[in-house]
Write a protein that binds this ligand. Structure first.
Ligand code: AMP
Ligand code: ZN
Length: 138
């Protein structure tokens, strides 16, 4: 994708602070991090979002996240982390190339990863559950 900033990072046209890469994935420091050590993991092929990524690739990417996260924890000495992955502009995705955020968290760090909670009835929960469960044929 010629207009994708992460594809340009992967091709080397735009510099990045790479912390790890293999044939399939690249892990870099976020250029505008929420906290120091905020890491992004992305596939080297252009895949826009979770609706387009091959589930096996997503599995390998998450495996890599689970390998890098404890190293970050040890390296920076934090205890808590958010793993965030945005899909589409309404969900906050600003770079249209699949990436996982690994965000170190510290007490009172001001980082906000939250949502308001709906107070649904049991009936409403069941309605939603039945609708979705009926469509999952894996
Ligand atoms: P998202 O909003 O989930 O699409 O996340 C995109 C992330 O990419 C943001 O956290 C940005 O700070 C980060 N970002 C944007 N440009 C660059 C860049 N050139 N190098 C590294 N990270 C970037
Ligand atoms: Zn791309």
């Amino acid at each position: 994708m010629s207009d994708c900033i992460f594809c340009k990072i992967i091709s080397g046209d735009i510099p990045s602070a790479t912390v790890y890469e293999n044939d399939e994935f690249k892990a870099i420091l976020d250029r505008f991090p929420s906290n120091k050590g905020h890491v992004l993991i992305m596939p080297k092929t252009h895949v826009a979002n979770i609706f387009e990524i091959d589930p096996d690739m997503a599995g390998r990417l998450f495996k890599l996240a689970a390998q890098i996260a404890p190293v970050m924890k040890e390296t920076f000495g934090f205890e808590n982390m958010n793993v965030v992955q945005n899909n589409g502009p309404i969900a906050g995705q600003t770079v249209n190339h699949f990436h996982l955020h690994l965000i170190p968290r510290y007490e009172n760090d001001g980082v906000n990863v939250s949502w308001k909670q709906l107070d649904l009835t049991d009936g409403e929960i069941e309605e939603v559950r039945a609708k979705l469960a009926g469509n999952i044929n894996i």
